[in-house]
Design a protein around this ligand. Structure first.
Ligand code: AFP
Length: 337
């Protein structure tokens, strides 16, 4: 590791992401998002001292009770991203409707969809947290932006990534040319390149799923998870169970060591829990760019045509061979173990 690894801005200068003609650089937008992460990392580090734990008493569009840190994270994203004229629309897990940003001259064509704080059930117990972001473009910037402009397939993402707030804070993202991880050095106040060209192993030894929902799952899903627990030395089983309550933390572990994360559909709720546009799509772009796979068990996540802003989808994501195994069980093609 070099003494002075590249910062995010230096990396993006050296590898400029494709920017929309005449539309401010994607680098400026990614740099603004980077500032959001630094601010949240600072707040999270001392949240317990700043009365930032607990709930606000409100319920969000997902029907969940809003944590104070959810609100703080959401406000930080909105405040930072709406001021630099780099984004024309902002859509969040915490807001029913998107915010449209009008800046002088024609509207900024980039749109950012984000989960400001992923793993909210971990906020008050000092467990890992994340933020997830997806950047898409407005094809005809001379037309004012509308709600439907945000309903784009995952294949339309220009960039996607996440912050992991763990023992260290990391920014991991892709602009469609591989996956890069940067670690925040709070002393320097810079993200520095620590994980270049991340590649997920084709198969792992870890699975992440909330087994408390087991009885709610369709037969195929049950059989797949059962198969991971059978003793089969040749197949590297049983796998170890590792579930943190935070999608970002669980997928980050898989990116480095391989394996699979599942938030499957349930018999009574086939759409599952996770949100397509600001959880599944961005994580799917990152994992696919690292050589992995992401599907609903039936369909590739990035090919799903969104219908609603807060649409939910089942998510099976991780090492390509592991996700293919899960798909064959879910599609009833696998021979039950
Ligand atoms: P919240 O951010 O609303 O806590 O949801 C976290 C999450 O979307 C994902 O990060 C977790 O893996 C999953 O939901 C946890 O859901 P369960 O608590 O139902 O297992």
């Amino acid at each position: 590791m070099s003494q002075h690894p590249l910062t995010v801005e230096q990396f993006l200068m050296a590898h400029p992401p494709a920017s929309l003609a005449g539309a401010g650089s994607l680098t400026a937008l990614l740099s603004a998002i980077g500032l959001v992460g630094k601010t949240l990392a600072r707040d999270l580090r001392i949240a317990g001292l700043l009365n930032m734990l607990g709930t606000t008493g409100d319920t969000n569009v997902q029907g969940e009770s809003v944590k104070k840190l959810d609100q703080i994270a959401n406000e930080t994203f909105i405040e930072v991203l709406q001021r630099d004229g780099v984004a024309g629309a902002l859509a969040s897990e915490e807001m029913e409707k998107p915010v449209f940003v009008t800046s002088p001259g024609r509207p900024a064509p980039y749109m950012v969809l984000f989960d400001p704080l992923d793993g909210s059930s971990n906020t008050d117990v000092n467990m890992p947290l994340g933020s997830i972001f997806s950047i898409i473009a407005h094809q005809n910037p001379d037309e004012p932006l509308g709600d439907d402009d945000l309903l784009k397939k995952g294949t339309h993402q220009l960039a996607a990534g996440y912050f992991l707030f763990g023992p260290s804070t990391m920014l991991v993202f892709t602009t469609g040319k591989g996956v890069y991880g940067f670690t925040l050095d709070p002393n320097v106040g810079e993200y520095q390149l620590s994980h270049s060209g991340m590649k997920i192993p084709s198969r792992g030894k870890v699975y992440a799923v909330n087994e408390g929902n087991y009885q709610k799952w369709p037969e195929g899903t049950k059989r797949y998870v059962d198969s991971l627990k059978t003793v089969d030395k040749a197949a590297g089983r049983p796998y170890s169970s590792r579930y943190s309550g935070c999608l970002v933390a669980d997928v980050h572990r898989l990116l480095l060591g391989g394996g699979i994360y599942l938030y499957p559909g349930e018999v009574s709720k086939p759409e599952g829990k996770l949100r397509l546009l600001y959880e599944a799509n961005p994580m799917a772009m990152v994992v696919e760019q690292a050589g992995g796979r992401a599907s609903t068990g039936m369909t590739r996540i990035l090919d799903i045509e969104p219908k609603k802003l807060h649409q939910r989808v089942p998510l099976i994501i991780g090492s390509a061979n592991d996700v293919q195994d899960a798909e064959s069980y879910i599609q009833g093609k696998a021979v039950f173990a």
